[in-house]
Each structure stands twice: as C-alpha cells, then as structure tokens.
Ligand binder design. Sequence first.
Ligand code: GUN
Length: 287
Amino acid sequence: MTAQVIDGKAMGAIIEKGLTDEAKAMEKRGRAPHLVVVIVGDDAASHVYVRNKQRACERIGIKSTRYDLPSTSNPSDLIDLVDNLNKDVGVDGILVQSPLPAGFDEISITEMIDPKKDVDGFHPVNLGRIVTGKVDGLLPCTPSAVIHMLESTGERLAGKKALVVGRSRIVGMPTALLLAQKGVDATVTISHSRSSDLQGLCLDSDIIVAAVGRPGMIKSDWVKSGAIVIDVGINRIETEGGSKLVGDVEKGASDRASWMTPVPGGVGPMTIAMLMRNTIRAAGDEV
Ligand code: GUN
C-alpha cells in the first residue's frame, strides 16, 4: 500500500481563499482584521514561523503588526506590551511566539492575554471550552489543523483507535480532546515519554498523530497497515549538502499507511490557515 497524501499546502490555500473574501468584507464594513505578533529573542526557527504567519496575513488582507523584543528585555516589558494590546480596540488578535527566553513565564503570559484575542487558543478559558464541548470558538491551531486533515480523508473516524504521541499543552493534549469530541468520536490514547511499549501502541492504532519533535522517532514498521498518519513534527536535520526538514515519523511509513501528511507541506501550512481563521473569528466578535 502507498499512502495517499494529505496535502496541507493545497488545503490551506483553499481555506485562505475563503478567508480573503471575509477579510475584504470586514474591511468594507469598517477596518481590516488586525493580528499582532510578538517575538522575544532571536530563536532562528521562531523568526521563520513568524515571517510565515505575517506572509499569510498579507495574502489574505489581514493587517499584521510585529513587535520584536530583545532576549535581554525584562519580562515586565512583555507584560506591559500585552496589557496595552489587550486594551487596544484596534487589535483583534495577539500571538506571543513560543518559546520565550529563559526567565519568561510562558504560562502566565498566555493567561494574561484577553481570551477574546487569544488567536493561539492557548488561554485556559479557550482550552477549557473544548472540555465543555464548545468547539466554535478560538481553538488551538495545530490541533484544529489535525482534525481538518483527518476529516478531509473522508474516512470514518468514529470508533477508530487514535493514538496521540506527545502531551504538550500546545498540540498533544488539545488534539486528544478534539479527537474525543462528539462528532469526531475517536477512541483516544495519549502516549508520552513515560509510556511503555510505544511500538505496540502504534501497531494497535488506526490513527497516529505524532507530535514529539524528534526526527523519525516513529518507525515505519510501527505503523499498522491502512492506518492514517498525521505527522506534526517539523525537525531540521543536518545533511551532507546542508539541512532539511523531516517529521517525527519515518517517511517509509507511507508504504503501510492509507493516508499520510508530508513534511514539509502538511500540518505546517494548515496550522497557519487555522491561525488566520481564528484572527477573522476574533475580529468578527464570534468568540
Ligand atoms: N511556537 C511553535 N508553535 C507555536 C504556535 O502555534 N503558537 C505560538 N505562539 N508559538 C509557537
């Protein structure tokens, strides 16, 4: 079996097209949606991600403003900035790029962003809503992307055994909650660094969502024949000629899976599309 490709780039482009029309209509009615992205320090990968988010804003017609704070800045500088952005009625969405440098408390910064402007969907109010079954608000972007991509296959997800590898607050945990939601109805297992027999868990799963950030950690022969594989990992590895991006799942898994996301061009572009959707939702006061 050779897996069919779940093309995140193409899916993201279709979603962006719809959002472009919405952004235009909003601008006509008053002003364009406005996303503010804050980056602290000089983590190279974060700068690439932030640039990609700003480019998506440009494509869609969302105004974007970027604040670059030096890694030497004081946590109180970031707190003051977020406080001002919360109060600014001309700002619809606030995103503080993670990871923050040592000395910054990411959780407390996340908790101080106005939940209505929390386009990352990381605020406890927005994460908590998922538990109550409310899934039309500001959902975390990568987990929403994962669900969209699974649903795009047209395969029946209800009753399927889904394994989420990784339990981060940004990806693993909320993805598990969305998979178990009424309407998706998967039977979910969360595995993590202390789980025993990961190979056995994988081999027993109809759906694998890999989100550990370790290149090729899930081996090709751990994938059950016909399983759907969503690879959230984006890992840069050195090669003879330079470097390249690889996922958390060995590429050879596509010989066993029925559907699989590529890296790059899979979950990454869809995550950005979900961020753009959240920004439009926040601007439309739909949350
Ligand atoms: N760092 C890596 N992914 C993300 C994300 O989705 N949002 C934020 N704020 N930081 C990140």
